[in-house]
Ligand binder design. Structure first.
Ligand code: ATP
Ligand code: MG
Ligand code: FE
Length: 344
């Protein structure tokens, strides 16, 4: 079964080819235009997808050694994401499906992040838990079969990736700041500054309190009186404080985000007696999270799985593998299926 997959939910245009569950190619064009704006600009994203999609599909096909005519189905990201971005990939996929007279497979982006863990040979066994941490979502998903997923916990406000990006922005780092926080954190002391861990019931998460804590902490340039308006530092003091302590701040913030995430995942694993654990999504590229996740598994006797870097952030490889499992169930979509900004 050969599947061509297209991902265009946010700011990466990606195409992949998979042959019976093996990814033959996975090309990703990242849109550079957004960095100057401090975040993704939807209109610019749609336009860049339109410019990128033909060459990206072309290169992915060439690299796979196959031709369009060899494809058995076309899979695409149907939801969730930026509607304008989704529409570009969706229309392209529908046109191919129509032209080739091959089935269309509508893939949910969040399910695909989870199923990125089924790409390698060494796969988790069912049921497994997946902590999906990305730019727009933070979820603990119970997966009983490739196409049977249940969200058992999620964020009630910001996503983990947003927490990274907003912390980075407050530190004056360019968008997307997550990878930069990761890099500086490697040289910092994670125990230097203490940020609060929220108490949220069940397996849900919250990151807005951490965001506020960082804001006040920086506003007071790290003085002990972190929540007091009257200790506000001047702009110059704050800048100097950040300059001198960037590594330690990044390491401390990152450590807190990681402990919030892994404490909940660990509790869910214990409660449900599930021993196979995965992480997925852009934040699963974070080196501190990967390390802490592995260590937790070793300590508790759990099997841990992490996708290859290229399958953590947005990519069509994960859409292709999900498309493959949906193909096995003959779960095809009608050409009239709408792209949707929301929805699991
Ligand atoms: P969603 O999947 O929820 O729709 P998205 O597709 O924008 O959102 P991804 O592309 O999966 O999200 O992940 C992007 C996020 O991952 C960004 O917030 C980015 O900062 C974060 N990220 C990427 N690499 C790292 C890293 N090494 N450390 C921390 N965060 C990272
Ligand atoms: Mg992205
Ligand atoms: Fe994503």
């Amino acid at each position: 079964i050969n599947i061509l997959a297209i991902e265009s939910s946010c700011d990466e245009t990606s195409a992949a080819v998979c042959s019976s569950g093996a990814i033959l190619s996975n090309r990703i064009a990242t849109q550079a235009v957004h960095a100057a704006h401090g975040g993704v600009v939807p209109e610019l994203a749609s336009r860049a997808h339109m410019q990128n999609i033909v060459p990206v599909v072309d290169v992915a096909l060439k690299e796979s050694g196959m031709q369009l005519g060899d494809m058995d189905a076309i899979a695409f990201t149907q939801a969730p994401g930026l509607i304008g971005s989704l529409l570009v990939g969706g229309q392209f996929a529908k046109s191919l499906s129509l032209a080739l007279n091959k089935p269309l497979i509508a893939v949910n982006h969040m399910q695909a992040h989870v199923l990125a863990n089924l790409i390698p040979e060494h796969k988790p066994s069912f049921p497994f838990l997946c902590l999906t941490v990305s730019g727009g979502h933070t979820q603990i998903v119970k997966c009983t079969a490739p196409t049977k997923l249940e969200i058992i916990g999620e964020t009630i406000d910001d996503a983990a990736g947003e927490a990274f990006d907003k912390a980075a922005k407050m530190l004056g780092l360019p968008y997307p700041g997550g990878p930069l926080v990761d890099r500086y954190a490697k040289e910092g002391n994670p125990n230097r500054f203490q940020f609060p861990e929220p108490r949220i019931p069940g397996y849900n998460f919250s990151f807005s309190g951490l965001k506020t804590a960082i804001l006040y902490f920086l506003r007071n340039a790290g003085t002990a009186q972190v929540y007091k308006e009257e200790f506000a530092a001047t702009e110059a003091e704050r800048k100097r404080f950040i300059d001198e302590n960037l590594q330690d701040i990044c390491a401390s913030v990152q450590q807190r985000i990681i402990s919030i995430l892994l404490n909940k995942l660990g509790r869910a694993a214990k409660d449900l007696g599930i021993k196979d654990l995965c992480i997925a999504g852009g934040v699963s590229a974070n080196s501190g999270l990967r390390k802490a996740f592995r260590e937790m598994g070793e300590q508790q006797g759990w099997n841990t799985f992490i996708p290859d870097f290229q399958y953590c952030t947005d990519n069509a490889g994960m859409i292709a593998i999900t498309g493959y499992y949906k193909y096995l169930e003959r779960d095809f979509a009608d050409l009239s299926i709408p792209s949707m900004a929301r929805g699991f």
